[in-house]
Write a protein that binds this ligand. Structure first.
Ligand SMILES: Cc1ncc(COP(=O)(O)O)c(C=O)c1O
Length: 365
């Protein structure tokens, strides 16, 4: 028997990746265990998942099950582009900063940053970048990737997404959504998963499960070859050479089925989003400024560096921007499906204590 090496009662705000699996997801793994089933996706769990994903994203879509969010993005964006093309991404994008150059390394596709406000890309900047790249000296743009919800905890409205898709398609550019936190965005906007992606013409979606109560479970959904020629065929061929094919696919699919085959994805996302709203209020009442609109499960706040350092030593969270101003940093707090009101109140108390300590020290100095 493996010994438990951590305290399961301790939670922080470092990331939704720091959380464990939702008990219903864990139970789905147990249920999927035992006996022999076909490997490499030929199993009944993957088949059932495919049907559920059709319900969410449309009957004409095609899907693949992958292991990581980076893998989902790399597979999806390879399916949408040719090797000599480039991908436009927000200047905050995970694919740009936090995937160790995976798309360039595995897909051979250049990534170009677009300016953002609160993590959101503007259609005018897409147009400008596509026109700028239209030269034999530059890599032409094959796809735009948008993160929903964004790295800064904001969400695109359905209208904004529709506009971005319209402008991109008008320029011959395909659109991908990095939906590592797609569920949080859907719940926040009160729309379905397909309503803000494939129904708007988004060509490929990375559908996150891991951050929303899964353990190692992501999917890629693309529009069928009828509407996006070659993409579905590319998806089917890219998972294995991109090293995202689990031989025992049933366990990845079972996790996604537990989430998206029921309303669990909505319950977990709603719990995380509600905790973030509560956290924003608590942080404000403790005397810190919330720096970004809180629209999903991330709260960004401005703190003096020493307050941030000392508070993070007590309750883990990350500093997002060390140079937010000459005297402050910007901290990122992420809530999860299992964040409690007591976690939020406890953190506000820690902040109060660290602000008081800082001001006592500055008076004494
Ligand atoms: C917006 C976004 N996209 C993609 C990923 C990739 O996830 P992974 O670490 O599983 O590759 C993350 C992970 O934090 C993320 O925040």
């Amino acid at each position: 028997m493996t010994q438990q090496l951590h305290d399961p009662a301790v939670r922080g705000f470092a990331s939704d990746n720091a959380a464990g699996m939702h008990p219903e997801v864990l139970q789905a793994l147990v249920t999927a265990n035992g006996g022999h089933v076909a490997s490499y996706g030929g199993d009944p769990y993957t088949q059932a998942l495919t049907e559920r994903l059709h319900e969410h994203f449309g009957p004409g879509t095609r899907s693949a099950v992958v292991l990581t969010g980076t893998g989902a993005n790399v597979v999806a964006l390879q399916a949408l582009t040719r090797r000599w093309e480039s991908v436009l991404a927000s200047d905050q994008a995970h694919v740009l900063h936090d995937e160790a150059g995976g798309l360039e390394h595995v897909g051979g596709v250049k990534v170009t940053a677009l300016p953002t406000v609160d993590g959101l890309v503007d259609p005018a900047d897409v147009e400008r970048a596509v026109r700028h790249a239209d030269s034999p000296m530059r890599a032409p743009v094959g796809a735009l990737t948008l993160t929903q919800s964004t790295e800064l905890g904001t969400t695109y409205s359905v209208e904004q997404l529709r506009d971005l898709v319209r402008v991109s398609h008008g320029l011959g550019v395909r659109v991908h959504v990095d939906g590592a936190r797609l569920s949080n965005a859907a719940v926040s906007l009160g729309v379905g998963l397909g309503e803000m992606t494939t129904a708007l013409g988004v060509d490929a979606v990375s559908v996150g499960g891991t951050k929303n109560g899964g353990g190692f479970a992501e999917a890629v959904v693309v529009r069928g070859d009828g509407s996006a020629p070659g993409v579905a065929r590319a998806l089917a061929r890219l998972v294995k050479p991109s090293m995202q094919q689990s031989s025992k696919t049933r366990f990845v699919s079972a996790q996604l089925l537990a989430l998206f085959g029921t309303d669990l994805w909505q319950r977990t996302a709603a719990a995380a989003n509600d905790a973030a709203a509560l956290l924003a209020e608590a942080v404000t009442s403790a005397g810190a400024r919330v720096t970004r609109p809180v629209q999903a499960n991330g709260v960004f706040t401005e703190l003096p560096p020493q307050v941030a350092e000392r508070a993070a030593a007590r309750v883990p969270f990350h500093v997002w921007d060390r140079h937010f101003s000459t005297t402050t940093v910007e901290a990122r707090l992420v809530t999860s499906f299992d964040t409690t009101t007591a976690d939020v109140e406890g953190f506000a108390q820690v902040l109060r204590e660290e602000f008081a300590r800082e001001s006592a020290e500055s008076v004494g100095a």
